[in-house]
Design a protein around this ligand. Structure first.
Ligand SMILES: NC(=O)c1ccc[n+]([C@@H]2O[C@H](COP(=O)([O-])OP(=O)(O)OC[C@H]3O[C@@H](n4cnc5c(N)ncnc54)[C@H](OP(=O)(O)O)[C@@H]3O)[C@@H](O)[C@H]2O)c1
Length: 105
């Protein structure tokens, strides 16, 4: 059982939310950051709000990043790891059949 503090950006969905659930099961305290505060609050309720700090954050905003880290340190007294995951999700690769044979022998 870990007792560390993990900060995850892009925690409101996808890989970030899945990582939050897995880390919570292992005992981590979590700082969950993304723009969608409603989704983060729902995830915090699911995981146990006493071990989760929700931060509304746009990663493009440096002041918001600084405020998030300060808030995390005030709340938990430490930060052990950061998963900088925020970004746009991928879509499945698509195989496209060639429509022409130009240049193919
Ligand atoms: N899924 C794949 O196959 C794949 C492959 C390679 C790399 N990746 C990378 O892995 C990461 C997660 O992918 P995913 O599939 O889990 O995507 P996802 O479900 O679309 O989740 C993206 C997360 O990033 C957050 N986010 C986006 N822009 C943000 C911003 N400006 N500030 C703060 N948070 C932001 C979103 O929350 P809000 O919209 O609430 O802010 C959301 O929580 C991405 O960086 C993606 O590029 C994914």
């Amino acid at each position: 059982m870990h007792h560390g503090v993990l900060l995850i950006t892009g925690a409101s969905s996808g890989i970030g939310a899945a990582t939050a659930r897995a880390a919570s099961r292992e005992g981590y305290k979590l700082v969950l950051a993304a723009r969608s505060k409603d989704k983060l609050n729902a995830l915090a309720q699911e995981l146990g709000p006493e071990n989760v700090l929700v931060c509304e954050l746009d990663v493009a905003n440096f002041e918001q990043q600084q405020a998030m880290v300060e808030h995390a340190l005030e709340t938990f007294g430490r930060l052990d790891a950061i998963f900088a995951n925020a970004g746009r999700g991928g879509s499945p690769a698509v195989l496209v059949a060639p429509t022409t044979t130009h240049g193919v022998r």
